[in-house]
Design a binder for this molecule. Structure first.
Ligand code: AMP
Length: 116
């Protein structure tokens, strides 16, 4: 399932370039083009799911996989000691701008809570 009008589907298909750090049969991880921290990665499922709100029961294993891949790439980027933030923006009101589910992994600086 992919959507020709979706930027992240086009990155998954190799039609738009991205600085990839990890790939497997279910997802890819690449550097955010507008990083908000020294390390800012996106973990993106290959299948087009618009947002967390659109994930179905059949996607439960995929959701877990995206989080585990996020932890793996965070550690590969050296964030083990400092920690990292894992974020999923759902809906425009929460800051989602690309409507293909993705997990942000941010690290390499300190973070405040609550987020802005
Ligand atoms: P969100 O606002 O949560 O939907 O996150 C979308 C993210 O995609 C933003 O942090 C953007 O900077 C990032 N982004 C947009 N276009 C690209 C691109 N071509 N390559 C990598 N990251 C991108």
């Amino acid at each position: 399932m992919s959507d020709q009008n979706c930027l992240f589907c086009r990155i998954v298909a190799g039609e738009v370039s991205a600085d990839s750090v990890f790939q497997d049969e279910r997802c890819i991880a690449f550097r955010d083009a507008n990083p908000q921290a020294p390390v800012h990665l996106l973990v993106v499922p290959r299948d087009h799911i618009e947002s967390l709100d659109d994930a179905a029961q059949k996607d439960e294993a995929l959701l877990g996989h995206l989080l585990r891949v996020g932890a793996r790439v965070a550690n590969e980027q050296g964030l083990f000691e400092s920690g990292y933030r894992t974020t999923i923006n759902t809906g425009a009101g929460a800051g989602q701008s690309v409507f293909h589910l993705h997990v942000h992994i941010l690290g390499g600086r300190s973070f405040t809570w609550p987020p802005g």
